[in-house]
Design a binder for this molecule. Structure first.
Ligand code: C5P
Length: 407
C-alpha cells in the first residue's frame, strides 16, 4: 500500500468488540493513523477482556470511549456528536453478538447507540468461530441487516485457521486489507460523501376506489438512475418512489409511496433527517379525486363525473422552506420546452430545471433514453441523447457543480 497520507482528513470511528481478533485492531489503528486518518476507538466491555484501552490510546493519540454514561467523556463529545463525528464507523472485529445487536437496533451501550445514531457509512468486519458464523441465526442477521440498510458494508470474514483450533470462515479480514479497503472506499471520487440526497421518482396513484386510480406513464427509470449515480459519488440517498416495476439500486434507501400526499409526507420526513440536495423526478399527478370511495364504484349511469382537486406541489413546498436544500426539478413539456422550464425555475424557486420534450417517442417517458436541456439562472445547456444511466452520471456532475457553487 502507498505510504502517503491516503486517509488524511478522514475521521474513523473504530469500534472494537469482544473477540480474540481485537488484538489485530491495534495494528489496524496503527495503519490507519499512518495513512493520516484521525481515529477514535470505541471499545465494548467484552473487547477490554482481550486488549487494554491504553494500547489503543497510545496508538490513536485519543482516549478510548467505552461508556455511554461517562459524564466526563460526554462533556468532551456527547455520544450523538461522536456518532456524527466520523466519516465512517468501522466495527472490527464485529462479533456475532455485535451483529445481532445492530440488526435488532439495540442501543444499550456506547457502540450500539452510536451505530444507531450515525449518519455516516457503517462497515462491519465480522470475526467469530466458524460455527457461529455459519449458524442460520447469524446468517439471517447479516441478510436482514443489509435488507434494512443496503448501504451497510460487510467486509469478510476470511477463511482459515481459527484461534479455537477450528478451520473455516470467521477470521477477521487482515488489518492491512481492511486499511486498503478503506483507502479504496474513500479514494474513489466521492464528492458527495457525507451528504444526503432525496430523490422522488415514478408516478403517483390517486385512488378513485379500491380498484381504480388515476396515474400516468412514468417508469421511474430516470429517478432510479439518478439515485444510483448519487450513491456512486458517495451520497446517502433516499428514494421516495411511487409504484414502479424496477429494482432499487444497491446502497439506496427507498420509501415506497402511492399517492402524491404520501410522497409529500415521505419527502418531508426524509428532509427532516437531513437533506443537502432534493431532486424531484417524480411525475406527480396534478389532481386527485375529491373523494376516494371505500367500496368499488358500480356502473349504472351512462356517464359519470369525477370531481378532481389539486394535489400539493411537493417541489414548490420544499424549495419554499426557510432553509431549503439545493432543489432540482424536472419539466416534461411538449412545446416551448426551454421557455416553460425557465418559468418553472422562477415560479418554484429552483436552482436547476432539467427539461425534456415528451412529445418525442425516442426519449422521455418509459424510454431507456433521454435528451434534456439543463436550465439554471445563469445558463441553458442542451445535452445529447443518452441512456438514462449515462445521462444520470452527467446530470449528477452538473448538479454537484451547481450545489458547490451555491454553498
Ligand atoms: O409543474 P410541473 O408538474 O410541470 O413540475 C414538474 C416538477 O415538479 C417535477 O420536478 C416534479 O417532480 C415536481 N412536482 C412535484 N409535485 C407536484 C407536481 C410536480 O414535486 N405536485
Amino acid at each position: 500500500m502507498a505510504s502517503g497520507a491516503e486517509l488524511a482528513g478522514k475521521r474513523i470511528v473504530l469500534v472494537v468488540t469482544g473477540g480474540i481478533a481485537a488484538y489485530k485492531s491495534a495494528e489496524l489503528t496503527r495503519l490507519l493513523i499512518k495513512q493520516g486518518a484521525e481515529v477514535q476507538v470505541v471499545m465494548t466491555e467484552g473487547a477490554k477482556a482481550f486488549i487494554t484501552p491504553m494500547t489503543f490510546q497510545a496508538l490513536s493519540g485519543k482516549p478510548v470511549r467505552d461508556s455511554l454514561l461517562d459524564p466526563a467523556a460526554e462533556m468532551g463529545m456527547g455520544h450523538i456528536e461522536l456518532a456524527r463525528w466520523g466519516d465512517v464507523i468501522l466495527v472490527a472485529p464485529a462479533t456475532a453478538d455485535a451483529i445481532a445487536k445492530v440488526t435488532a437496533g439495540l442501543a444499550d451501550d456506547l457502540f450500539s447507540t452510536i451505530v444507531l445514531a450515525r449518519r455516516c457509512p457503517l462497515i462491519i468486519a465480522p470475526a467469530m468461530n466458524q460455527a457461529m458464523w455459519a449458524n442460520p441465526v447469524t446468517q439471517a442477521n447479516v441478510t436482514r441487516l443489509q435488507q434494512l440498510d443496503p448501504s451497510i458494508l460487510v467486509w469478510g470474514p476470511d477463511e482459515g485457521d481459527q484461534a479455537c483450533g477450528d478451520v473455516g470462515p470467521g477470521r477477521m479480514v487482515e488489518p492491512l486489507v481492511l486499511c486498503e479497503s478503506l483507502v479504496a472506499h474513500f479514494c474513489v471520487d466521492k464528492p458527495l460523501s457525507g451528504k444526503r440526497v432525496v430523490v422522488t421518482a415514478g408516478p403517483t396513484r390517486e385512488r378513485i376506489d379500491p380498484v381504480r386510480y388515476i396515474s400516468n406513464d412514468s417508469s421511474g427509470k430516470m429517478g432510479y438512475s439518478l439515485a444510483k449515480a448519487f450513491s456512486d459519488v458517495g451520497a446517502e440517498v433516499v428514494l421516495v418512489s411511487g409504484p414502479v416495476a424496477i429494482p432499487v439500486p444497491q446502497g439506496v434507501k427507498v420509501s415506497q409511496v402511492e399517492s402524491a400526499e404520501e410522497m409529500r409526507l415521505s419527502s418531508l420526513q426524509a428532509l427532516e433527517e437531513g437533506c443537502d440536495i432534493f431532486v424531484a423526478t417524480a411525475a406527480v399527478a396534478d389532481y386527485r379525486p375529491a373523494t376516494a370511495a371505500d367500496q368499488k364504484v358500480k356502473k349504472s349511469a351512462d356517464s359519470m363525473t369525477i370531481e378532481l382537486v389539486r394535489n400539493p406541489d411537493i417541489l414548490s413546498e420544499i424549495a419554499g422552506l426557510k432553509n431549503p436544500p439545493y432543489c432540482v426539478g424536472f419539466a416534461a413539456e411538449t412545446q416551448d420546452v426551454v421557455a416553460y422550464a425557465q418559468q418553472k425555475l422562477a415560479r418554484k424557486k429552483l436552482k436547476m430545471v432539467i427539461a425534456n420534450d415528451v412529445s418525442r417517442s425516442d426519449i422521455g417517458f418509459n424510454s431507456d433514453h433521454n435528451a434534456v436541456t439543463l436550465i439554471t439562472n445563469e445558463n441553458v445547456e442542451t445535452l445529447p441523447r443518452l441512456s438514462k444511466p449515462a445521462l444520470a452520471d452527467v446530470l449528477v456532475k452538473h448538479i454537484i457543480a451547481g450545489y458547490q457553487k451555491a454553498l
